[in-house]
Design a protein around this ligand. Structure first.
Ligand SMILES: [Zn+2]
Length: 419
């Protein structure tokens, strides 16, 4: 069974488009000559800072009863909001709006897609959107230099290479077409989640062998919480059986397979994630069987970390895709897709994590399949092969559904590179 969507995990992002934040504070260039704004100050510059922080959701919007004099006063509430903004931007938290805070407020107006981005020699474009683009290019392997939120020469060169590689005119301009291509790759703009980049780096360093990899297998539910149940057939019982079959195969392949909990326990998702983190697992596989009020609902779905609009675990997404494809090719289950979700187990784990819902207990055909031990062997083998594919990075592999357990054992024992 699936948890409900955690709304707190989906970061709400306000736009500041259209808010000036340029005129009043200083001279035309927003340079160091600006006056500092702090508690007790008044004026249009204060009102602009207030509007910017309201737009970011850091300050309650002043209600209509407030006069312009109230909104133009730098009061203690505004100071608190400035401090909060400074803190989450890594600025000195002094509650005073100086040049650095001012610049950061100005940059925070932009989200990727709000405007065209390109190299402007005289007045370099800066903003959170540039930062997001740089992070995305880095994530895809294009060296845009340190992600600093300023569109300089190196960012332009990286963008041109990306465009050339993806069949676009390499004009160095990030417009709708380029953004679409960035999106087509299935990985969303991350806005700076270095943890997700480290996942990729670790994967590339890990090498193709399964031997020595540490996998946490997380059978859903357990103990007093059986999950879905039809008669005496329970989700917890089925997934714990599949988990043991998978564990056996992984151990035979030289992997360190750990179960997240014993059959008598049902830890929370946060506890399961903490277990995987403290075990230093390379990958977490969470096994579930779905249930639905409609007996017609059936099929296989896989989930990886992602907010849908922001960060996505690209390695998690790749592994979810492999598992999904292998299991579909090896069974007759209906394709219910691969989806990003911000669920706790996926979000709190520091390594790629995939949750798979293997059919519906409430569907007669899925249930009959799941009750067949041979089917559960096929599922365990398919998942093991999917993990192997992840570490092969798409090289030297066989068509989906044809790789067998003995192929894997042979490869692990045979060739020194394990490939
Ligand atoms: Zn479940």
């Amino acid at each position: 069974m699936k948890p409900t969507q955690s709304t707190s995990a989906v970061r709400h992002r306000c736009r500041l488009r259209g808010i000036g934040l340029t005129a009043a504070v200083t001279g035309q260039d927003g340079s160091n000559r600006m006056q500092l704004l702090s508690r007790g100050d008044t004026g249009p510059a204060v009102a602009e800072v207030r509007a910017a922080l309201e737009g970011l959701g850091l300050l309650e919007p002043a209600d209509a009863a407030h006069s312009v004099f109230d909104t133009a006063l730098f009061d203690s509430a505004l100071e608190d909001a400035v401090r909060a903004f400074q803190q989450n931007r890594g600025l000195i938290t002094d509650g005073v709006v100086g040049p650095a805070t001012y610049r950061a407020l100005r940059d925070a107006r932009w989200s990727l897609g709000d405007r065209m981005l390109c190299l402007q020699m005289t007045n370099m474009m800066t903003g959170d959107d540039v930062f997001a683009l740089q992070e995305r290019l880095l994530e895809l392997g294009y060296d845009s230099g340190r992600a600093d939120g300023a569109f300089g020469r190196q960012t332009e060169q990286a963008l041109r290479s990306f465009q050339r590689d993806y069949g676009m005119a390499p004009d160095g301009i990030c417009g709708p077409r380029t953004l679409r291509h960035l999106g087509y790759l299935g990985r969303k703009v991350t806005g700076g989640r270095p943890g997700l980049l480290r996942e990729q780096e670790r994967l590339h360093r890990a090498g193709p062998r399964l031997s020595g990899k540490r996998i946490v297998i997380d059978p859903g539910h357990g103990g007093a919480h059986p999950g879905g149940a039809i008669g005496d057939v329970t989700e917890a019982g089925l997934v714990s059986d599949i988990a043991r079959r998978l564990e056996g195969r992984m151990s035979a392949a030289g992997m360190e397979a750990l179960l997240s909990h014993g059959p008598q326990d049902c830890p929370s998702d946060a506890e399961r994630a903490a277990f995987a983190n403290s075990a230093g697992a390379d990958v977490v596989l969470s096994l579930h069987v779905d249930a639905n009020p409609s007996p017609a609902a059936n099929g296989l779905a896989a989930f990886h970390f992602g907010t849908g609009t922001g960060a996505t675990s690209t390695v998690g997404e790749a592994l979810a895709g492999y598992i999904h494809r292998e299991l579909l090719a090896r069974t007759r289950m209906t394709d219910c897709g691969v989806h990003p979700r911000p669920w706790e187990l996926l979000r709190l784990t520091r390594m790629p994590a995939v949750r798979v819902e293997i059919g519906y207990l409430t569907n007669a055909a899925d249930r009959a399949a799941l009750l067949d031990p041979a089917f559960r062997d096929v599922v365990a083998e398919g998942i093991l092969v999917a993990v192997k594919r992840l570490y092969l990075l798409g090289q030297n592999d066989k068509p989906t559904g044809t790789f067998t357990f003995s192929d894997i054992l042979q490869r692990e024992e045979g060739s020194p590179i394990g490939a």
